[in-house]
Design a protein around this ligand. Structure first.
Ligand SMILES: *[C@@H]1O[C@H](CO)[C@@H](O)[C@H](O)[C@H]1NC(C)=O
Ligand SMILES: *[C@@H]1O[C@H](CO)[C@@H](O)[C@H](O)[C@H]1NC(C)=O
Ligand SMILES: *[C@@H]1O[C@H](CO)[C@@H](O)[C@H](O)[C@H]1NC(C)=O
Ligand SMILES: *[C@@H]1O[C@H](CO)[C@@H](O)[C@H](O)[C@H]1NC(C)=O
Length: 220
């Protein structure tokens, strides 16, 4: 009995202390590799990692933005044209409306899984699916608010060193340095990269027969 309780407390303690890795996904709406990463690597592995990893989405990609002091407005140029800028802005506005990380993941995956992640029709469907306020997204995307959200994503993206050269780029622990090998590995096998980072503290996620997993099985 004492052993059980002790192990249970230990299990809770371990779980509480492992939520340590941040993953930031720099992506853009009309990019096949972004779609692939989000729908085939990130989303399928998310249930496994969600208690241990915090995901942040930064839709912007290989774009530029400028603030025109005469007009008081931002201008944007995106890799795949105006439509992509709209898509990124709509997603930024949607993300800003959601405070639950799980729902952010669902929303972005929903949009990126459609045949056109910049298309307002699909964004509306995904927003409705997750009980978001689509009207608010439209208002945001057609106003200063959306411009500022996208420009802020642009600042984050342009803060990276070296400059973004591949989309999507995956960055761990809020680093401002791009590790292109790590990005490449993440695109091919996200689970393996995250497991490598968690290895010393959390073998359970990555190894079904680990000590931790045995403790869990003991209680279920
Ligand atoms: C990430 O940051 C956390 C908290 O600062 C730290 O415990 C962990 O070792 C870092 N992981 C990597 C891979 O840098
Ligand atoms: C700012 O906007 C004004 C009015 O549209 C335009 O004439 C000017 O060229 C713009 N400036 C820059 C730096 O883009
Ligand atoms: C990154 O891009 C900016 C803007 O185009 C440029 O001024 C800067 O020199 C670039 N930095 C590197 C390291 O290439
Ligand atoms: C990364 O930044 C976010 C937001 O500022 C913060 O909540 C989180 O703890 C940071 N993660 C790491 C590992 O430093």
């Amino acid at each position: 009995m004492y052993i059980k309780v002790t192990l249970y407390v230990l299990a809770i303690w371990l779980t509480a202390n492992i939520n340590a890795i941040s993953v930031t996904v720099y992506y853009e709406a009309l990019c096949f590799d972004s779609v692939n990463f989000i729908t085939r690597q990130l989303y399928p592995n998310y249930p496994l990692f969600k208690d241990h990893v915090t995901i942040d989405f930064v839709p912007y990609g290989k774009a530029i933005h400028n603030f025109n002091t005469t007009t008081g407005k931002y201008t944007f140029k995106c890799q795949h044209g105006k439509e992509e800028c709209m898509g990124n802005k709509f997603q930024a506005c949607g993300l800003a409306q959601i405070d639950k990380k799980d729902v952010q993941m669902e929303f972005v995956t929903c949009v990126m899984s459609t045949s056109n992640p910049s298309n307002v029709y699909f964004i509306e469907q995904c927003a409705n699916k997750y009980k978001m306020d689509f009207k608010k997204i439209v208002t945001c995307a057609s106003s200063k608010e959306g411009d500022e959200l996208l420009a802020s994503n642009g600042e984050k993206t342009w803060n990276l060193e070296p400059n973004l050269s591949y989309v999507p780029t995956i960055v761990y622990n809020n680093s401002t340095e791009i590790n292109s090998i790590e990005t490449r590995n993440s695109l091919v096998d996200f689970k393996n990269v995250v497991c490598g980072k968690l290895a010393t503290r959390k073998p359970v996620l990555c190894d079904k027969t680990s000590f931790f997993e045995k403790i869990k099985q003991f209680f279920t």
